[in-house]
Ligand binder design. Sequence first.
Ligand code: SF4
Ligand code: SF4
Length: 250
Amino acid sequence: MEHSHASRVQTVIGDPVSEKPVVSREDMEEIFADIQADLRFDHELNGCLNCGICTATCPAAHYYDFSPREIVQLLWTENLDGIYDAMQEKIWSCAQCYTCAARCPFGNSPGGLVMLMRETAIKHGMESAKNVLRPFSRVMLKLISTGNQLAPDMITKDAFPDWGPNVAKIDAPLKLLRKAIPMPTLNTTETAWEVNLKTSVELYTIWEMTGVLDQLETVDQNLFDVITDIMDEKRQDYEDWKEEQQDAED
Ligand code: SF4
Ligand code: SF4
């Protein structure tokens, strides 16, 4: 993108000296075209009365400078500057609860539209997407490499400093406690449940075919490299395991 070498200030709030726009009109048009091109767009935006029912029922609107009504209006009126601006920060406040979709008299899904905007922000490697996803790199690593979102060994004192004195409670003999669970597939600490090699390899194919890995590469090259190394290793392990099975049969 044109502003990729700009400073953070230039990227986020613009250059106070230059009158040159932070992002070109063409880029904004391309971003909006990508949002509109998604198959879900026409299902989730049917018009807008500007009634504000969605915002009145939106939990995120109560706590943040965020309004689903505003997001829908920006898209409905094709306000390219406003759409680009909202993608810098506001769209990341949505909790994806879809209360708005259940209430809108027009059958819109503001939460669904926010999801499209987020996906487009990731596709275009926007700084806002990188910043929002960075703190979740541990979770993304676990999720993409194992299919588990959270594992017992991720619950450490360092990871949860905001727990205050309660953090001492997680200083437990995890391995021993997990072994006490009657289901053997849950006697794990590195994953929440045991994930066999075949399942892992199938999962990797899904990530590849659905474009998840491409998106990850756009927003976090380092994490992408780590995860693809893990995938290569697991795939090799699976091939070795299949060979062993074949040898045993012969
Ligand atoms: S899905 Fe997002 S926009 Fe809709 S009500 Fe929930 S938090 Fe608000
Ligand atoms: S509830 Fe529907 S029609 Fe009303 S402002 Fe929200 S999106 Fe527009």
